[in-house]
Ligand binder design. Structure first.
Ligand code: TRP
Length: 332
């Protein structure tokens, strides 16, 4: 059997995941773990660039691991590990830093954004964030990186660093590219009718995997509607389209068809539709929330998961670093 292609991605330990994270990323990871050799990493070192205080780190790392496992990531299939547990990352980061130019790093969009957000802490780690991300990826000689559009520039920089390395020292790394199953690009609109669900925008318009049943109902019932269509088969306003889009994520085809028909026949009752959506959301989120909570109570299990993940990641990292040191001439 031919060796599986390698997939690598990083997840920032910034706490609570929402429905957009699930349908945009995690669901893809769950599918990939059967098709590829997968490395999914909690980017705890990256978080130091913006959060030097480490008091909350342990709880945040535990939560992001527990939520991902509750969503279906399987520590037996994928390597699920913490960045700080794989010391080879730091070594490779150092070598790659010698191939990264100040000018190109300063031009990075995410860097410029952070400078604006935290002018009092423009540290060198922030500047070289894309270099560390490159080290994460190429440490496993990964080719596919499942990330969203916002990471495209970092991946382009990763390809530049990789090409410089390969050109100078010999071919060690494949060029990493963004990868997602293209049939999975679903829209997860926010509940206030504007944009998509996100952590930073309106909290009441975003459904979190940790929300309890009452909060889910309250958020869904607040979604914007109107008095309904007057003409049969009219086009839907954006905010109504959004409610249908959310329903398509969690409700049965029969349910969706009933409300589509009601809409087209001008007899739709948005109150009923939102009640149905709320109940279907509760049915979807409750098992994930409960599983997350039970995992979070079991620190021994979480430690085991991290140990197993680190062991797999280190084995892969070790092999790569031998090639790297050899290629660079550290063989005296
Ligand atoms: N920068 C990524 C983000 O903000 C997180 C990340 C760190 C990452 N290392 C990575 C993503 C390696 C992909 C591959 O979401």
């Amino acid at each position: 059997m031919s060796k599986k292609e390698i997939v690598m991605s990083g997840i920032r330990p910034t706490g609570f995941l929402h429905l957009g994270n699930y349908f945009g990323a995690i669901r893809n990871y769950v599918r990939m773990q059967d098709d590829f050799e997968c490395y999914f990493m909690v980017a705890d070192l990256h978080s130091l660039t913006t959060h030097p205080d480490t008091k909350e780190l342990k709880a945040n790392v535990h939560r992001v691991l527990a939520e991902n496992i509750a969503c279906g990531l399987d520590p037996e299939k994928a390597a699920l590990y913490c960045q700080s547990h794989v010391y080879e990352t730091s070594e490779l980061y150092l070598y790659l830093n010698m191939l990264a130019y100040k000018g190109e790093l300063e031009k990075t969009t995410t860097f410029k954004d952070k400078v604006r957000l935290q002018p009092e802490n423009v540290n060198a780690g922030l500047l070289t964030y894309p270099v560390l991300q490159t080290a994460d990826i190429v440490l496993h000689r990964a080719r596919y990186v499942p990330v969203g559009k916002d990471q495209e520039q970092h991946l382009e920089m990763a390809r530049n660093f990789v090409n410089r390395f390969n050109h100078r020292y010999g071919d060690v790394f494949p060029e990493p590219i963004a990868f997602n199953y293209n049939d999975e690009l679903v829209k997860v609109p926010s509940l206030d009718g504007s944009g998509k669900m996100s952590k930073s925008e309106n909290q009441l318009a975003t459904l979190y995997l940790a929300d309890d049943d009452e909060l889910i109902r309250k958020k869904v019932m607040k979604a914007k509607t109107d008095s309904g269509p007057i003409e049969p088969n009219s086009t839907k306003p954006d905010y109504i389209e959004n409610i249908f889009a959310l329903m398509k994520l969690v409700s049965s085809p029969d349910t969706i068809k009933k409300f589509e028909d009601d809409y087209n026949n001008c007899v739709i009752r948005y109150g009923d539709m939102k009640k149905q959506l709320a109940e279907d959301m509760v049915m979807f989120i409750t098992p994930v929330r409960e599983k997350t909570n039970s995992i979070l109570q079991d620190e021994v299990y979480l430690k085991k998961v991290m140990d197993l993940g680190a062991e797999k990641a280190r084995a892969s990292a070790k092999a790569t670093m031998q090639l790297v040191r050899e290629a660079m001439g550290f063989n005296y």
